[in-house]
Design a binder for this molecule. Sequence first.
Ligand code: UN1
Length: 511
Amino acid sequence: MTGTDVTLPTTEDLRERALAALRRVGAEVPEGSDFAARTPITGEDLFGLRATTGAEADEAIRRAAEAFRTWRVTPAPRRGELARRLGELLREHKGDLADLITVEAGKIRSEALGEVQEMIDICDFAVGLSRQLYGRTIASERPGHRLAETWHPLGVVGVISAFNFPAAVWSWNTAVALVCGDTVVWKPSELTPLISLASSRLLARAAQDVGAPADVHALLLGDRDLGERLVDDRRVALVSATGSTRMGREVGPRVAARFGRTLLELGGNNAAVVAPSADLDLAVQGIVFAAAGTAGQRCTTLRRLIVHRDIADTLVDRLTTAYRKLPIGDPFEDSTLVGPLISEGARQTMEDALTRARAEGGTVLVGGGRRTSGTAPRAAYVEPAIVRMEQQTDVVREETFAPVLYVLTYDTLEEAVDLHNDVPQGLSSSIFTRDQQEAERFLSAEGSDCGIVNVNIGTSGAEIGGAFGGEKETGGGRESGSDSWRAYMRPATNTINYSSELALAQNVSFL
Ligand code: UN1
């Protein structure tokens, strides 16, 4: 189905809106012709930009390594002041940053504001963390000895981020890395240079306000060559990369080959199990947000629904009804719930997945069509789709970064868990049930194999307080809250002898 019912702002309006936000933030736009800032709202270019050159990137890494030498010995609570000031500036410019996220990533207003809130939250978390970088004291087996564990800053952290959370994922890494005493060099997605310029500018202002070295953070704008520099440069101690599993498969071994560290946050193929006892009102709301929200472009997006056979028809009916009413279009419009896909390429990928799903025995129950606009032929607006599958086929096991929800049915919880875990990715999962035993089994070691496991809530929209990340092809990294900070520091084990005897461990005698 194709309609011509999407009314959109003009590219000129969007350009003005973006420039006004950048001006308020105080960011300068490096004009040039290396690549273009672009908006998925109309699918058009906004203006040309100059990319960071290889030599500039090299110099940025050198300066970040130099700044590390003073930053690492700045007391952690003092480093926390930088996160606090950044949080204040983010609060002040929340609307400006949200505007840029909507213009560049196409997020609806409420989700764009939510992304900035997530940045503010991690700054608050990082301020507290700056007084909580605890090590342990361990009982020594020797008299007059003490064992201690000390956490030290790691070095330069290279952050490679994706278009879909263009600012929040940077802030999770950056706020935590900075209070840990690291310095940061950021290579954002080429699709979201403007929000990167704005975020980076606010951090530079915060650094100036609190007297932190200017080089604690640098931004590299341009294509993947710049990311590859971070991957291959020995001065970069940790590469924290968010993106596809394909990208992670390259980054992981290359960084490991030079004994660098990685923190990988890669693809997901998130599922929700819906049990017969589930509160269906709750389930429908949770599922529609997780599957169709952000136009299916979160790594936590719900992609598979594993429904008990007895309630499958009822649930699917309610979902298809809800899907038919989803307002699709201009993400700046308050009533819109589904904005554009990031590109025509993403739309094509969705169409291909639906073609494959049909060939693999699936039935498209709702959606999948394109919405067009007379004024913006290059924009990619789609109707979120629900596809009933007889089996978990190849296409279902892949992550398609678009709003396609596959529905599978089950008879026993064991079968549901087997289906759930039988994919290569392991990011986020959930179960809708009012049966406590069932919920606990799903949360237990024989349940979901994901890094995020929820009950009676969808797979997306995690708070920053928990650790974020997943297993298997999702990469194994943990970012954001809990004790994820440990990835940004190096532990040293100290044995301190406060006796006058040299006692050897394991009762070894010598001399
Ligand atoms: C991502 O999609 O890369 O849990 C991050 C969520 C958000 C973060 C998503 N807080 O959906």
